[in-house]
Design a protein around this ligand. Structure first.
Ligand code: NAX
Length: 331
């Protein structure tokens, strides 16, 4: 039998945490033959609720779940973890300035970065979900200099999956037959959902989404805004933000990263930019990536038309501004 993998979930008493931890314990994230030990972190006001989650995990009697560490101590939570899913953060509340929210998250991610750097297992892979996800991941990277930058990512897979979903609905095809959409840039309303290279499986080979939809106005308009604004639409409908879809896409992100992407398929991940596609280096930016042997690499050589170029640059610009704002909170 395989040794258990230790998976940290921060913000585990929250909404996404409640949807995510049972998925991990059922093998959705790391596979049906991979035992796991869950490390759950939240803050003291949520300690009782966190303990309730632990009780339910015990009550569910998951065969793959070999232990639960539920704690409000960051060091205890981070010790020995192989995977860290960072869902905890400070939400923007009505009337709060952007800078105040950024400042709270910068201080959370700075201290959690140090705890992970000092106490996580070697080779720990980090996924930041909490908003502002890209910039929280960048802060985590800055304050955990001994964790390789390749090991620190943020979640844009939910946006990626939303784009697949919209194309599948529009064309009335199975979502599993649609692939190679791209989310470029920030997990925010400036993200660019791009179908320029997306395809749908056909009886023989593949067809291009662009030709099948044959409506560039929709692809460049309503499709993009629907994906960008989907989070707000869910809040309006549910009076709560996306949770099951966020949890599911976090599992997809880690599963593909660890176990690899299928041949000929790429996915979107927020990763440390090396300057590919003329995106400024030093930002955590969402790119199309393939994964193999536990490492992602940015898909190279895709053509970028003029429309796309502007969108890639606009979301990069926003990330540069967020980075500057985050740094201004440090001094
Ligand atoms: P909740 O408010 O339900 O849960 C957040 C939890 O984090 C709470 O239990 C809170 O006590 C805890 N927390 C706060 N500070 C903490 C700290 N310093 N250490 C550990 N835990 C801490 O929010 P939820 O709906 O679960 O969303 C969590 C985060 O995901 C939010 O930042 C949200 O904006 C972000 N999202 C990101 C998405 C993405 O695609 N990247 C999509 C979904 C989601 O909106």
């Amino acid at each position: 039998a395989k040794d258990p993998v230790r998976v940290l979930v921060t913000g585990a008493a929250g909404q996404i945490g409640y949807a995510l931890v049972p998925m991990i314990a059922r093998g959705v994230m790391l596979g049906p033959d991979q035992p796991v030990i869950l490390h759950l972190l939240d803050i003291p006001p949520a300690a009782e609720a966190l303990n309730g989650v632990k009780m339910e995990l015990i009550d569910a009697a998951f065969p793959l779940l070999k232990g639960v560490v539920a704690t409000t101590d960051v060091i205890e939570a981070c010790t020995g973890v192989n995977i860290a899913v960072m869902v905890g953060g400070f939400p923007r509340k009505e009337g709060m300035e952007r800078k105040d929210v950024m400042s709270k998250n910068v201080s959370i991610y700075k201290s959690q970065a140090s705890a992970l750097e000092q106490h996580a297992a070697a080779g720990c892979k980090v996924l930041v979900v909490a908003n502002p996800a890209n910039t929280n991941a960048l802060i985590l990277k800055e304050f955990a200099p001994s964790i390789p930058e390749k090991n620190i990512t943020c979640l844009t897979r939910l946006d990626h999956n939303r784009a697949l979903g919209q194309i599948s609905e529009r064309l009335n095809v199975q979502v599993s037959d649609v692939k190679n959409v791209i989310i470029w840039g920030n997990h925010s309303s400036t993200q660019y959902p791009d179908v320029s290279h997306a395809t749908v499986k056909a009886q023989h080979g593949e067809n291009h989404v662009r030709e099948l939809v044959a409506d560039d106005e929709w692809l460049r308009g309503e499709f993009i805004t629907t994906v960008q604004q989907r989070g707000a639409a869910i809040i309006k409908a549910r009076k709560l933000s996306s949770a099951l879809s966020a949890a599911s896409s976090a599992c997809d992100h880690i599963r593909d990263w660890v176990l690899g992407t299928p041949e000929g398929t790429w996915v979107s991940m927020g990763v440390y930019s090396d300057g590919s596609y003329n995106v400024p280096a030093g930002l955590i930016y969402s790119f199309p990536v393939t994964c193999r042997d536990g490492e992602w690499s940015i898909v190279q050589g895709l053509s970028i038309d003029e429309f796309s170029r502007k969108k890639l640059d606009a979301t990069a610009q926003e990330l540069s501004e967020e980075k500057a704002l985050a740094y201004s909170c440090l001094s």
